[in-house]
Design a protein around this ligand. Structure first.
Ligand code: LCS
Length: 403
């Protein structure tokens, strides 16, 4: 492997949300005191990586820096579409017309906009739960009621599925007009099968729903897996809006750049009327370099993450045998049911681990909307030594009397 993913990189004093923002973001308390110094904490929470962005991207940004002027920038030349659509063709066997591609400063800002263009007052928005909380917030933000369909882990072995009876019933509510769909799914790590994707699309469309398919995790797969864009299975439909980004894949979330593919005229009209089309020239250079040159690095990253997940599986099996965990098919996020070890007095799982283990992680229902009371989410995109120490602390705490 050319890349040294074991390297520990100092992120202090970079205004990193992971390093400096956890008090506000997780605990809503900028003055929170913990019995650990900040540099002693193991950070396994927010979904960015402890790995350096690949050199090819840094070089792409550097080439753009050398042009020295960073004035207003928009997507005019066909270069970026060519590079990104070549990536989607190579990776997923799917492309889309150039005119459908829009750039936004993040998928969350895009969802926040799109819910407004895709729904009217009184309409409801459907999501699967547990969910990345900003999906619900995008509905709340517009005053649209959010309807949740709980995923089910029938055999309680960490394999989550859609409850299609429940989904069908909720999609049939005439007020439900929009599905925000996570493909692959954060936090359960599922890559939905083609049959599942077809069923989701068919049920949604039979009931006249639009679908926002958030595919931000689509490159972060276990080795040998493939991603199927939902829109690939429904060629010709204008009812699926696809969101992808280089940010999770290549650890560039701070550059704020995402691809929003909008074939739908109504939604596009709203976007054209209100969206700010400017893009950050350094982010555009980074995204272009990523999709043009980032493939080999990504394959190495996948291999390293495979190893990290094998470590989590083995460590938990040995030290926390009653935890329920399955290596996720996608994402770098492990979803672990620790219900067998929790005391009913535990009010906020992240605080338990921050105070008594010095580990920052997300967990419980307040962080994943619902259907996640006894779960923790472990970000495995860190050097193996960091991961090992995090696991040790988590297991030691759960095997002690403190919880
Ligand atoms: N969509 C999903 C499904 C995500 O998981 C995330 C980041 C985003 C969108 C963010 O997109 P952006 O606005 O950065 O383009 N997920 C995070 C998470 O689970 N914790 O921290 C960030």
């Amino acid at each position: 492997m050319k890349t040294n993913f074991d390297e520990i990189i100092d992120r202090r004093n970079t205004n990193s949300t992971s390093v400096e923002g956890f008090r506000q973001y997780i605990f809503h308390d900028p003055d929170l005191k913990l019995p650990y110094r900040d540099e002693e904490l193991i950070r396994m929470w927010i979904a960015d990586m402890e790995f350096a962005t690949p050199d090819c991207i840094v070089e792409g940004i550097r080439r753009r820096l050398d042009r020295r002027i960073f004035g207003y920038t928009r997507l005019f030349s066909p270069e970026y579409y060519g590079v990104f659509s070549a990536w989607t063709e190579k990776m997923y066997g799917w492309t889309f017309p150039r005119g459908d591609l829009y750039i936004c400063g993040g998928i969350i800002p895009a969802l926040n906009e799109l819910v407004g263009y895709a729904t009217d007052p009184g309409d409801k928005v459907l999501i699967f739960t547990p969910s990345y909380t900003p999906f619900k917030q995008a509905a709340d933000f517009h005053g649209r009621e959010c309807v949740c369909s709980d995923l089910v882990d029938r055999a309680h072995n960490g394999y989550f599925e859609i409850d299609f009876d429940d989904f069908r019933a909720k999609a049939a509510d005439p007020a439900v007009k929009l599905l925000i769909f996570c493909n692959p799914h954060n936090p359960t790590g599922r890559i939905w099968t083609e049959d599942e994707l077809r069923a989701v699309g068919e049920i949604a469309m039979e009931n006249g729903l639009l679908i926002l398919s958030d595919e931000i995790h689509c490159d972060l797969l276990r080795s040998g897996r493939t991603h199927t864009p939902l829109a690939k299975l429904f060629p010709g439909t204008d009812r699926i809006i696809t969101c992808m980004a280089p940010s999770k894949t290549f650890n560039t979330a701070g550059l704020h750049f995402s691809n929003i593919i909008i074939p739908n005229e109504k939604v596009r009209a709203g976007w054209h009327a209100k969206h700010n089309f400017n893009v950050n020239p350094l982010a555009l250079a980074a995204a272009t370099a990523a999709y043009e040159h980032g493939y080999d690095w990504l394959m190495e990253l996948r291999e390293y993450l495979d190893g990290n997940f094998a470590l989590i599986r083995d460590y938990l099996a040995e030290h926390l045998p009653k935890a329920v965990f399955r290596i996720p098919e996608a994402t770098y996020l492990g979803w672990v049911d620790i219900g067998a070890y929790l005391d009913e007095r535990t009010e906020f799982i992240p605080l338990l681990f921050a105070q008594h283990a010095g580990v920052l992680l997300e967990g419980g229902s307040t962080m994943f909307v619902q259907n996640s009371d006894t779960y923790i989410r472990l970000n495995a995109a860190c050097p193996r030594a960091t991961l090992r120490e995090g696991l040790r602390r988590i297991c030691d705490l759960l095997n002690s009397d403190v919880r």
